[in-house]
Design a protein around this ligand. Structure first.
Ligand SMILES: Nc1ncnc2c1ncn2[C@@H]1O[C@H](COP(=O)(O)OP(=O)(O)OP(=O)(O)O)[C@@H](O)[C@H]1O
Length: 338
């Protein structure tokens, strides 16, 4: 659906050039919620702006449904842009227009007949749960309601792609959750491809199917959120995962890893809801001692990371490990904590 092929964007500033996006390759599938995470300045906004050609690549290609965006004519680009909705951190609503007219605006701009505009705006107002606010002005709304208007406006022209640029960064955690739930509903009911950029791993954890981690313009790691959360490889990914999953092993445990049998057990695909560890203790002659960790939820599926110690004869421990490997990811903890 959206393909980045060796995309580089270089900015020239006061005689020096700077690669904001550096040889990015990504393939985003139709109907998926794809997250791009990175610290400030990583190049996320530039990457997302390359999709609707608010920025043009210095080299490489951005393709939508196989069409190279830099080769389309100005009028084709206008049509393609109508098929790409965008929402922003600070909502970017027209303050002098009501909720109704903010949402109607892109339709009017596209020359949609008035009766159709009314039908579509009413439909979309109901979808975002703001029917009773149609005649309010943006300054009469909460942040969450403003973002709902932003989403409604972006959806008005029935796009097939929705770009979200830090769409929940100005919202409190509860409101963030409700907006993310709405974005999930957008994908589920309209099968829209959603590209989310954020610096918050919570957002990724809540709704994304896959994620790319950016640093200094490069994608340093990407994959399904289960893979990234269970086995983050790049140090930056590990830092982001640690912001929502406390998987950093305390010094007191690390000091003893050489002398003890300590393992990181990662539960995925629902195995966290099974009594995996107690079963192993029951069926093998080992004691399982949970030292540290937590279970949380990834896409409504229990997901967790526990640091456990196995005590017993070496042979029994090996048998228990072989059994555990069939159900969970199990890694011996090294002295460096990984
Ligand atoms: N038009 C521009 N001219 C010059 N440099 C730019 C321009 N746009 C972005 N940059 C630079 O490119 C880098 C990446 O910026 P970008 O906004 O894409 O990062 P980001 O990951 O979205 O960061 P943030 O979360 O802070 O917005 C930054 O160092 C920024 O200063």
């Amino acid at each position: 659906m959206i393909r980045f092929d060796q995309v580089t964007k270089t900015f020239e500033h006061e005689g020096t050039s700077f690669k904001a996006v550096d040889q990015v390759d990504l393939d985003i599938q139709k109907g998926e919620i794809f997250g791009v995470i990175g610290f400030s300045g990583a190049g996320k906004s530039t990457l997302v702006r390359l999709v609707n050609q608010l920025e043009r690549p210095t080299s490489g290609q951005v393709k939508i449904d196989g069409q190279d965006m830099s080769r389309v004519s100005a009028s084709e680009l206008r049509n393609i842009r109508r098929d790409i909705g965008m929402i922003f951190q600070h909502f970017n609503l027209l303050e002098t227009k009501t909720v109704y007219h903010n949402i109607a605006f892109p339709l009017t701009l596209a020359g949609t007949p008035k009766r159709e505009v009314k039908k579509r705006v009413e439909e979309i107002l109901e979808f975002v749960g703001l029917t009773d606010r149609a005649n309010h002005y943006p300054d009469q709304l909460s942040g969450g309601q403003k973002q709902r208007v932003g989403i409604a406006r972006a959806l008005a022209t029935s796009p097939s792609i929705l770009l979200c640029d830090e769409a929940t960064s100005a919202l409190d955690p509860e409101t963030t959750k409700s907006i993310l739930k709405l974005l999930k509903k957008v994908r589920d009911e309209y099968n829209i491809t959603v590209l989310i950029i954020t610096h918050e791993m919570n957002v990724i954890k809540e709704i994304c199917d896959r994620v790319a981690v950016m640093e200094n313009g490069k994608v340093v790691e990407h994959g399904s959120i289960f893979d990234l959360f269970s086995q983050p490889k790049h140090p930056t990914t590990q830092k982001f995962v640690q912001t929502v999953m406390n998987d950093e092993i305390p010094e007191s445990i690390l000091k003893e890893v050489e002398a003890r049998h300590i393992y990181r057990v990662t539960f995925r695909d629902g195995s966290a809801s099974q009594p995996v560890l107690s079963n192993v203790a029951k069926h093998f002659n080992v004691e399982v001692n949970v030292l540290y960790g937590q279970i949380t939820e990834l896409q409504q599926t229990p997901f967790g990371n526990l640091i456990v110690e196995l005590q017993g004869e070496d042979e029994e421990i090996n048998n228990a490990l072989q059994h555990l490997e069939k159900q969970v990811i199990i890694q011996e903890v090294k002295a460096d904590g990984r």
